[in-house]
Write a protein that binds this ligand. Structure first.
Ligand code: G6P
Length: 593
């Protein structure tokens, strides 16, 4: 999970590469570098962020080049391990996203043939292999090198002797983008939005070649016609629009994201289309995902269990991949914002192998998940740059509500009442955002603690997990999400005045047992904040503080509750001065297992 970029055209490559790399930093940001070709290849790289590289690097002339922003897998972040990597002659440079699993064998073999390696990375074998096979045709040499390689890769290759860039992919994303007398190769669409909105998606096994005036894609040795897609995301979508952080902007975009993702439902078009997902033979649902998307999956399970009469499971894709399960007559749903998470893709491939119908819910048009799936439902969240997922989660919930509500067995009354609530959600969410000042005040107080518990029951248990995840990933405070009824089986030992507990309430049959759990916590001396609906007077008498959200039907409470918790995590992290959009050790798109 690194970001890669390539440029060839009439303009100086250096500023363009650096600008695009800045837009790719959400994919990794422990080091970065670029290589530019003009009468030889000049490389500049370091274990610093792109902004710092911009300030410190010399001018490199040339109108073709490649760049990389890294999330280390093999070898610590260091100038030597940063990409691009070169061959022995210094005439071939490579940037790579993915993992070469047989790199040690290749390295030993190439070393025996006289190649000298300088880094600890798996990537460095690639330029050396290309050098070994180079015989005046870069594309042929790349194809030969890839024959020797096992693992996953998206690569871009630059060579001094040929005015072109060569790209290839296997299990890692890559696009070609078309400009006017210039062309680009990138990991992802946000990288190139400043320059173009026309892209071509490469398939696994494809080799792409771009020059200033041409693009060519070959599949199994034969040239194929390219399909150019027009991207609807704008460059403004991928910028901060005056907000201090992408995360805050993305939190505030949620009323619009809900409206956009529900547009088809509200207009009545989506119901018919979604209803076709439910073939007669489907008698179970399995939802798979990782990270925040997994929490959406858990909420999807709760929605499904309430609305449908078939069993619904939710599993971590990374665990599912190493389990055996009955999958007959199961509709499998993979949720992934990026559409590129390695564990989720592996799960999807496993499902396809056993003949399961796979439905993808993703935010990225043309992503690998959308290409593996039998059908895809898109979340309309727009580009999400902050590593911590916010608006994509809410959009995933919107798709899950619509999907479950489209089941033929949902009665018209239930459908109508839920649709009415859905329509009101953007306004309810706006009210949560309008209460930002109070939430920020609570967050500042909470930022003084080292451990915070989030507790919930039923549909709000996954919300507790998500609130805790948001807190730990951006503020580095240990947040722990727990099923409220389980505290007494161990975590009570950790409670006390130095461990606040945030209790999430919904107006359903979990409300009373939650009150009991809250009283138990209080008896152990922990400060308690309740997150509940406006006008919940019972709770005010028991807890230390109350944070209110607008009243919604319990099934929709995860939406308003999660957004309040996103703001809470954001302001706690801000108070601590954390690098909110790019937390340490993390990356947004995790393309390794
Ligand atoms: C990374 C990101 C998380 C995200 C998870 C799953 O860990 O930092 O924010 O939830 O990957 O990503 P996906 O793209 O599959 O939803």
């Amino acid at each position: 999970m690194c970001g890669i970029i390539g440029y060839i055209g009439l303009r100086q490559a250096q500023p363009i590469l650096l600008n695009c790399l800045g837009r790719l930093e959400y994919r990794g940001y422990d080091s970065c570098g670029i290589a530019v070709s003009e009468h030889g290849i000049n490389v500049c790289k370091d274990a610093i962020r792109v902004e710092a590289l911009k300030k410190t690097m010399p001018r490199l002339d040339g109108t073709a080049g490649i760049g990389h922003t890294r999330w280390a897998t093999h070898g610590e972040p260091s100038p030597i391990n940063a990409h691009p990597h070169l061959d022995c002659s210094g005439k071939i440079a490579v940037v790579h996203n993915g993992i070469i699993t047989n790199y040690q064998n290749l390295r030993d073999q190439l070393s025996g043939e006289g190649h000298q390696f300088v880094s600890e990375t798996d990537t460095e074998v690639i330029p050396h292999l290309i050098e070994k096979y180079y015989n005046g045709n870069l594309e042929t040499a790349v194809a030969a090198a890839l024959n020797d390689i096992e693992g996953s890769y998206a690569i871009i290759v630059l060579a001094t002797d040929e005015p072109k860039l060569v790209a290839a992919r296997k299990d890692s994303p890559i696009i070609i983008s078309l400009g006017d007398r210039e062309n680009f190769i990138a990991s992802d669409v946000p990288a190139i939005l400043d320059y173009s909105n026309r892209v071509v998606y490469l398939e696994d096994g494809d080799i792409g070649v771009i020059t200033t005036d041409s693009i060519k894609v070959s599949r199994r040795g034969n040239e194929v016609a390219v399909k150019v897609h027009q991207i609807s995301w704008t460059v403004e979508d991928a910028q901060k629009a005056g907000y201090e952080h992408f995360m805050l902007k993305e939190i505030h975009e949620q009323p619009k994201v809900i409206r956009d993702t529900l547009a088809g439902w509200v207009s009545g078009e989506a119901l018919e289309d979604l209803a076709t997902m439910w073939g007669d033979d489907i008698n179970a649902l399995l939802i798979l995902a990782c990270g925040t998307s997994y929490h959406a999956a858990l909420i999807g399970k709760q929605i499904g269990q309430e609305l449908l009469k078939i069993p619904v499971r939710a599993e971590l894709a990374s665990e599912f991949n190493y389990s055996t399960q009955p999958l007959a007559r199961t509709l499998a749903i993979a949720i992934t914002q990026s559409g590129e998470t390695a564990d989720t893709l592996k799960a999807m491939k496993k499902l396809k192998e056993v003949g399961c119908q796979a439905l993808a819910i993703t935010n990225v048009v043309g992503s690998t998940a959308s290409r593996i799936a039998d059908r895809t439902l898109y979340t309309r969240a727009g580009p999400e740059i902050s590593v911590a997922a916010t608006k994509s989660f809410t959009a995933q919930l919107m798709v899950l509500y619509q999907l479950m509500m489209s089941h033929p067995e949902i009665g018209a009354r239930r459908l109508n009442s839920m649709t009415k609530e859905l329509r009101q959600l953007p306004n309810k969410v706006q009210q949560v955002l309008d209460n930002e000042g109070e939430i920020a005040q609570y967050a500042r107080e909470l930022s003084q603690y080292e451990n915070i518990f989030y507790i919930g029951r039923g549909i709000n248990f996954p919300v507790a997990l998500e609130g805790a995840l948001k807190l730990k990933e951006i503020s580095y405070i240990h947040g722990e999400g727990y099923a409220a009824g389980e505290l007494k089986h161990g975590p009570f030992a950790l409670l006390g005045s130095d461990t606040p507990v945030i209790a999430l309430l919904a107006q359903d049959d979990t409300y009373e047992p939650m009150l009991t759990n809250i009283k138990e916590v209080k008896a152990r001396g922990s400060p308690i904040i309740a997150l509940t609906r406006e006008g919940d007077e019972d709770i005010e008498k028991i807890v230390d503080k109350v944070l209110t959200v607008p009243q919604v039907e319990a099934i929709f409470s995860p939406v308003v509750n999660t957004i309040a918790l996103q703001l809470l995590a954001y302001y706690a992290a801000r108070e601590k001065g954390c690098p909110i959009d790019f937390p340490r050790n993390l990356a947004k798109s995790v393309t390794v297992e």
